[in-house]
Design a binder for this molecule. Sequence first.
Ligand SMILES: [Fe+2]
Length: 591
Amino acid sequence: MIILGINDGHQASAALMVDGVLVAAAAEERFTRHKNEHGYPRHAIAACLKLAGIEPGDVDHVAIATRELPPSYFMIRRDSDFSITDFWREQTDYWYPTLYEGRTLSYAEVFKDKYRPENFVYDRSLIRDDRDVAGMQAARKKYVRDAFGLSESQVSFRDHHACHAYYGLLAVPEDDREFLVMTADGFGDRANASIWKGRRDQPLQEILHTDQCHIGRMYRYATLLLGMKPAEHEYKVMGLAPYASPEFSQNAYQVYAETLQVEGLDFVYKVRPKDNFFHFRDRLAGQRFDAIAYGIQRRTEELICDWIGNAVRATGLRDVIFSGGVAQNIKANKRVWELDLVNDIFVPPGAHDESLSIGAAYMAHLLDGDCTQPGKFANAYLGTSYDTDTVSRFLKHEIRDGRFGVRQASLLDVAKLLADGCVIGWMNGRMEFGARALGSRSIITNAKDPDAIRKINMQIKMRDFWMPFAPSMLAERAQDYIVNPKGIDGRYMTMAFETTAQAHAEIPAALHPYDRTVRPNIVTAADNPTYHQLIREFEKLTGVGAVLNTSFNLHGEPVVESPADALSTFERSGMEHLYMSGWLVSKKVAA
Ligand SMILES: [Fe+2]
């Protein structure tokens, strides 16, 4: 059975499942080059079908993630189109008059400058007005039915949080444990958290569905308060938090601590704020930026630990799967696995809304498909790839003027450049799923070089000065660098760990510069053999079994998808070399 999963909300994406095997998945932003792309993911769908050699007419079922999305959500694409100023304006010009002055405003009117009806693909005749969710659902369904020639029953909608939960269940390494599956995010289908239990390849049993878990929203507006982009830059707040002095950050922490609480398996308020922005802005006035970051981060860690801890106690299940946007908080995840009562926690790659398409597809397979076929998620390398011949043809065509050196290169050649401290754009194999680069679309360099951070920041990434980089490390060497007594899955950069003295000595540039924790991409030969071999070659030369790894993109752009994207990024940055499927492009002739 061929099932296509679609997320047509923000972080739009598509996923293709054939007889239970996830054969392809990709985010729409990679193809449109518009970060967090929103709406019907036509390019991602086309890419997934092409990867699997499947025609649209072969698709048996389309599962659409998230039942309820209002038309205004598609017309004003807040999470992909808004600037930080727009998000601020949303608070001052819409929410403040609405919540504090009792005025009735039209969101579409306030943001008429952001109205983009030209990209609205659905049949408007089915939609009554900007708030007509039922009409919008009918239009979404009709569009998909027409596109794939499907009957009424061959297109389904899947609950937002169920999609998060089932994605986690599919991606967890295969075994027969019974898992506690938990989800938390900003909001989707009238909920912001859920708790389930079950085994892989069996329908989950729902324990709780709640709209009272406001962690994601509190964090989102703390991010805005600090002048960063909500639903995108939360990781920067998390990265900033360790720099604060706990002693001088108590007041900021208390502002967050006196509101949301965990009670049993759900959440309650001690002091219920009127909103998640002005309430905190007013009470945090005069608090320093790093103290605010500390306050929201510490409170988030406490709430998540309390909540998951209570669920473990209530169910007796100590193996946790955590999915949804809040599960991207790697420091909170670290606190969870450090709890004595937790045996294991798994967070899948791309746990934010980009993976809803995968969850939707797996739900359709497991609940309505042929359940005798077990679900299969081999690893995160689910996207497009470009082989040596394709790259060769591309380079011959694009670099006719000899402005760069182009030659075939071995992994040893690349390893030597890394050992010399060069910064290399690395594109090889199938594109990884999710926002984190896992060695298919990465910028890599020698993590031993303390100057590497400054070099990458100045020449390429222009990242915020406090943000850490991360390593890709050989699985065989992970125990030399990270403290992981419970054997937590650290392949996907979804977990944080304390580090060893050897890590401090050998890969200092890939650790958090202040607290020396690390968010690793642990590389196995099975998952990514070429990348694994590259790090092996580097290890032979240097003794270090890890490299600094950061996503292959410029600031504010999606990660590169194609050779054209990679070359464009290479040209517009200070990167010295670009490796693509066996070919090396150099700004200076490589030694
Ligand atoms: Fe979500």
